[in-house]
Design a protein around this ligand. Structure first.
Ligand code: UD1
Length: 417
């Protein structure tokens, strides 16, 4: 099992590129199944979660070949409608293959999805929506057997909460359905716009992605296309947290500053100077950060829950008290226990965390608890005195591509052992 070894308190400087967004790549890879022929996905990050989706595509008979950041997928061999538990359990977003397989073949059999344990993460909204689109769903012994005997049909769907995954799943399932689907209270994340852009380039008719109401006019078939995945705004926020925690000045390249609308002002309030131009962002942190005051996670365009843990790591060394309110997931503070091992002073009560900034953190042996919690430990280790060993690295590798190499290139003392 590999670990990260970090010797902290090194200043970071220089420029890094931000990788393609995992949360765009995953729904796009499920959506590829709707298309005929070949799709070329550029800027597709090489991550274990992406690999898990590619393995599902291969199991279903598709061809997939990676060359650097480019993934070429040919779906002509698509020949089955079941997905075994061993593939489903790797990620949460594997659930989107349900709608894709169903739309393409009229039936699907698969188990419940896996993913990080950051809350209950039910899939009720996904299943309710598929039922509304005409799917017959039977749940037995953790297995979902679905069929659409008369094909999927457009319908009006209103989500009780703007779930990112359910919004994407509905878009995917509705693209090849008969008639029009109108989705209200849709999630508005940039990754949803990216998915719609991909599908529209394949011939779909999706209107309003990025807004609260999305209309999908079903079409009879889709063909593959070439598409470039958007930059990962959470990876960008992680690098910003690393700069803020270490009092450093760095430049991030290949990002979309507009996607960080709720993140940038927070760092500015904490005393960081931020300059953006086109696809670059420069962050210059003060010697000692001011506290973040209140970080309240919300659906986009609010502050992203995925950035909560890395920002909290920076708050651990701010000159004052920061408050974190987690509104999206019930169990997303598991990293606080590990941060406390490094000397962080954090009190947690339900969905609220109070972080009292310390002068410094101290290196320790810590274990990652989930993907973004792992990133928080890396940020904490970069500013801690002495050496930190971070175990359970497989969590980090779900969403960060060679993070240690990017941070080394900025001057961090970090290596995989
Ligand atoms: C996606 C992201 C994840 C991010 C999250 C919120 C991907 C691959 N993952 O996850 O990184 O943290 O959005 O921005 O894009 N819920 C239900 N029933 C459902 C679906 C969701 O109760 O059927 C609840 C969830 O338990 C959670 C909330 O709704 O409390 C939001 O979840 P959702 O937006 O669906 O997150 P994911 O799509 O799983």
């Amino acid at each position: 099992m590999s670990k990260l070894l970090v010797t902290g308190r090194k200043k970071l400087s220089g420029e890094v590129s931000v990788q393609g967004a995992k949360n765009s790549a995953l729904p796009i890879l499920a959506a590829v199944l709707l298309t005929k022929g070949e799709s070329v996905i550029y800027n597709c990050p090489a991550l274990s979660d992406v690999e898990a989706s590619v393995n599902i595509l291969r199991y279903l008979g598709c061809k997939a070949e990676r060359s650097g950041q480019t993934l070429v997928i040919n779906t002509d061999g698509f020949n089955r409608s079941d997905i075994p538990d061993s593939l489903m359990c790797k990620t949460r977003s594997s659930i989107m293959f349900l709608g894709a397989v169903l739309a393409r073949s009229g039936k699907a059999k698969l188990s419940f999805p896996g993913g990080c344990e950051i809350g209950l993460r039910p899939i009720d909204m996904h299943l309710d929506a598929l039922s509304k689109l005409g799917a017959e769903i039977n749940e037995r012994h953790g297995c979902l057997e679905c069929s659409a005997p008369y094909g999927l049909r457009g319908n009006k769907i209103s989500l009780p909460f703007p779930s990112v995954g359910a919004t994407e799943h509905i878009i995917i399932a509705a693209c090849l359905s008969g008639g029009t689907t109108t989705l209200t209270n849709a999630a508005r994340e940039p990754e949803i716009v990216d998915l719609a852009d991909f599908l529209n380039a394949c011939g779909a008719k999706i209107y309003g992605a990025g807004e609260g109401v999305i209309v999908i006019d079903g079409v009879s078939s889709l063909s593959g296309c070439a598409h470039s995945v958007i930059p990962d705004r959470i990876v960008a926020a992680t690098f910003m947290s690393a700069a803020a925690a270490t009092g450093s000045s760095i430049v991030l390249g290949d990002l979309v500053p507009a996607h960080l609308g709720a993140v940038i002002p927070l760092f500015e309030d904490a005393g960081c100077k931020i300059k953006t131009e086109k696809c670059k962002l420069k962050i210059s942190a003060p010697k000692r950060l001011k506290p973040f005051r209140t970080v309240s996670t919300m659906p986009y365009p609010g502050f992203p829950t995925d950035a909560q843990a890395p920002v909290m790591a920076a708050a651990c060394v701010a000159g004052g008290t920061s408050f974190f309110i987690e509104n999206i997931f019930e169990n997303r503070f598991r990293h606080t226990r590990e941060l406390a091992r490094m000397g962080a002073k954090i009190m947690t009560e339900g969905r609220v965390c109070v972080v009292e900034g310390r002068d410094r953190l101290y290196g320790a042996k810590v274990e990652a608890t989930d993907l973004r919690g792992a990133a928080a430990l890396v940020v904490a280790a970069l500013c801690a005195e002495g050496q930190t060993t971070i175990g359970s690295l497989h969590y980090l590798e779900r969403g960060y591509e060679n993070l240690e190499l990017s941070l080394s290139s900025l001057g961090a003392d970090i290596k995989k052992i």
